[in-house]
Design a protein around this ligand. Sequence first.
Ligand code: N01
Length: 554
Amino acid sequence: MTVTQDVPDTTAGPTTDVDAVVIGAGFSGLYMLHRLRNQMGLTARVFETGGGVGGTWYWNRYPGARSDSDSYIYCYSFDEQLWQDWEWSERYPEQHEIRAYLEHVAERFDLNRDIQFNTRVTGASFDEVTDAWTVTTETGETVTARYLIAGVGALSVSNTPKFAGIDSFRGETHHTGHWPHEGVDFSGKRVGVIGTGASAVQAIPLIAKQASDLTVFQRTANYILPARNGPVDPDVKQSRKQDYSGIWQRVRGSSFGFELTALEKGALESSDEERRRELQARWDEGGFGIWLGSYVDIFFQDEANAKVREFLHERIREAVQDPATAELLTPKGYAFGVKRVPLDSGYFETFNLPHVRLVDVKSNPVAEITPAGVKLADGAEYECDALVYATGFDAMTGPLNKIDIRGRGGELLREKWAEGPRTYLGLSSAGFPNLFIITGPQSPSVLSNMPVSIEQHVEFISRVIGDLRERGAQTIEPTRAAEDAWVVHNQELAETTLFTKADTWYMGANIPGKPRVFMPNLDFVGPYRQRCDEVVENGYEGFTITGSKHEAMA
Ligand code: N01
């Protein structure tokens, strides 16, 4: 760490409107506010675009929207009583239940009074004279703060492809990431769904129940695992309630933020029979077991990966009656697990229904949206009364790049990131003092159970801010050298895996013109947490702190 004292210490002075501005009132923003205000005694203002708390869960209200993480760990752990008191109704929490939970958290910790809803942050700029951020909202309101904390989520800027004629469609149009709050009734309607990612996989079986006719436009078939949702056995619930410390200790030290442990043997070291037994057990159990809790070599060796793919291909052929449709639903050309694996409840079986058809838009892409529906490159036209874009998000960098964030010398973050994100620890970026990013690119983030990574970042940021104030210091930011090394480290880690070989949103490949860079960090949740702690314990290795009154502490 470098400490400089060229800036007057005004930490205690009335230089800013609030100590911290937090952007977003999802899992990240709520906990951040609780820490800053209720536990550290700081002043904070949260700006939230939505009309209520929830972040991604405020907007993603499409049919079937629920977390793919088990309820008992898709929540906060920071307050044991909160965790003990809250009862989830099913194995995976549904959107409305997650929203109810977050509303409960906001009330329980009296958070709403410092959250300004229906307010989009459009800009933030760092003033090098006062060492303060000025945050600007859509309405032109400005607020100054010492610390700026982005809890903007990794998947909050929706992506709608720029199809020719898109505005000409006569029927109703919806995006899964911006679903109407009053819901949508598809009864008796001819519906087209474009996209077959995790959102579509959850929505399609339910839309099919209402629609009179459903056409699914698929560009890339997905490897999909069964969710096996339902009520949790009361005995299991009870034993979990008695194991609060054990569960969270395991989860925090794990690879992906779940209670999943990889097998010691690789897929290639196991006999066919052994492998089938292990995979079948995880298939029957449901959830991410085959993906994040089976053979580690599947992420590194295509041959090992192929063994799991074989098993999954068989499951598709079993579930889908029409061989041509089964073939189309069978993923090809990329490894299992390098694209986010959706969990399903009856997805494949939906294609056995007489009013549901699957259309391949890889070989025959969407050419235009017409007033009547979707026209493909070969001229075939599918008439629809409603179109659903399940076409995903400008992930990870999108939400930050949407805001004009200017650091030292007026440098614009999105310009700095033009060739891909540049961070230190996925938490901070050189030249942007006192900016903290919760679950940003180059941290485990979307490759983990999000609340676990969110809590780790919020606690890390709180610790840093607490230390800064203790030292009477003004700013903290990473050195360019530490950042460069982190960027290289992330790329090198990713290059050892099969993740970089596929066109996925992890790689920015879903957005035309976006740089092809693998965005999440692959150190894994436990080791990454340890690395962050070591950085602090080693005197903020890789950071520069200015204005410290206590240089000796460095
Ligand atoms: O978005 P996606 P999503 N023409 O990007 C297709 C999280 N999530 O909203 O694969 C035709 O996965 C695109 O095709 P391709 C989760 O992390 C979490 O479903 O790019 N098709 C793809 O099929 C998830 O990964 C939960 O070839 C086009 C689809 O649209 C992330 O959100 C639940 C196209 C987009 O799929 C995003 O999921 C749901 C075009 N021009 C989601 N452009 C939880 O469990 C795109 N597509 C918490």
